[in-house]
Design a protein around this ligand. Structure first.
Ligand code: XIL
Length: 319
């Protein structure tokens, strides 16, 4: 069988993938990545929980390794994620209230400053919108700075630390739950009007393959209206684990194919300057966080042996 074309050559923008530094020691992973991928997002090791660890001392060993690998292989690096509701709570709340603003600013200055000129963009704030899509989340950041306040501040501090990076507000279920997508876009609008330097929109794209046709296209059209670069930032499309019945598995595969092709088409239809990158949340099915608890789902573009899955073809068809 002839080897498939490199996925990055079929994609009308950089083709990204999430990576853990340990995967850089796996020659099967690195060979596949060098052939197909042109951008890396650290899956875990640029997050606050890694960088600050338990003791609050900054650690940059793993993200530096990923950065070096990206550079050595002429791949772009995407920073993920500076401020996230699910991280940093213990660290932040242990700081005296009077020192918290400074600590927040210093964290961003150090991390974004270190990778200044190395990252193409940053997910500055991740997952700000409430789970049900109604309003914003309350968290340790919003308790200190207010719901819009922590977001605006994070964007301002990141802009000061890295004047050239594209600065993303990144979230999930934006296409799966239209109500959440609308709340997200209203938030972008409000923050832009208030002068926050948001310069990119990130849609994670952890897909629910049961959504109606057209919903992805509609979200992408509404998001594109801001004229900002768009990052499809973490795509995977779980079909469900344990699909032993052949007919059922085929039916799930058809739905997966249709929705993934729709995403690729909607992305390809953007004006070129709005196509930041298209990123998959893992290279092989076996790399997926969906399967980390022992599942056998097929949410990604390559199987465990590095062969293209139907999802690879669904992307190629859409691009
Ligand atoms: C996930 C990683 O894949 C896991 O390895 C880690 O344990 C938890 O985080 N949205 C995001 C990503 O923005 O950072 C998450 O990544 C998946 C959901």
């Amino acid at each position: 069988q002839a080897p498939s074309a490199p996925l990055k050559a079929l994609t009308p923008a950089p083709l990204g993938v999430a990576v853990m530094s340990g995967q850089l020691d796996d020659p099967a992973w690195t060979t596949l990545a060098r052939r197909h991928v042109s951008q890396l997002t650290p899956e875990w090791e640029m997050k606050m929980e890694y960088i600050l660890g338990d003791d609050g001392a900054f650690r940059f060993d793993a993200p530096d390794r990923i950065d070096a690998f990206a550079r050595a292989n002429a791949m772009r690096l995407h920073g993920h994620a500076l401020i996230w509701y699910s991280q940093g709570q213990d660290w932040f709340e242990a700081i005296k209230p009077a020192r918290r603003e400074q600590a927040f600013d210093d964290y961003i200055a150090r991390v974004a400053g270190r990778y200044r000129g190395q990252v193409a963009g940053w997910d500055v704030v991740n997952e700000a919108v409430a789970e049900d899509g109604d309003g914003l989340r309350d968290c340790h950041w919003s308790a200190q700075f207010g719901q819009d306040g922590y977001i605006a501040r994070a964007f301002e501090r990141t802009r000061a630390a890295d004047p050239d990076a594209v600065l993303f507000l990144n979230d999930y279920n934006l296409e799966n739950l239209p109500r959440k997508g609308a709340t997200f876009l209203r938030l972008v609008e409000r923050l832009l009007r208030a002068g926050a330097p948001i310069t990119g929109i990130g849609t994670q794209a952890h897909l629910d393959i049961d959504i109606p046709a057209g919903q992805i296209t509609a979200f992408m059209r509404d998001a594109a209206a801001f004229g900002l670069p768009i990052h499809v930032s973490e795509l995977d499309a779980p079909m469900g684990s344990g699909l032993i019945d052949r007919a059922r598995r085929d039916a799930r595969r058809r739905l997966q194919t249709a929705r993934v092709t729709e995403y690729a088409e909607a992305f390809a239809a953007l004006p070129e300057r709005q196509r930041y990158a298209f990123t998959l949340w893992g290279l092989r099915d076996t790399d997926s966080f969906v399967n980390r608890q022992g599942g056998d789902d097929s949410p990604l573009a390559f199987d465990g042996d590095g062969r293209p899955t139907p999802l690879f073809q669904a992307l190629a068809d859409g691009f």
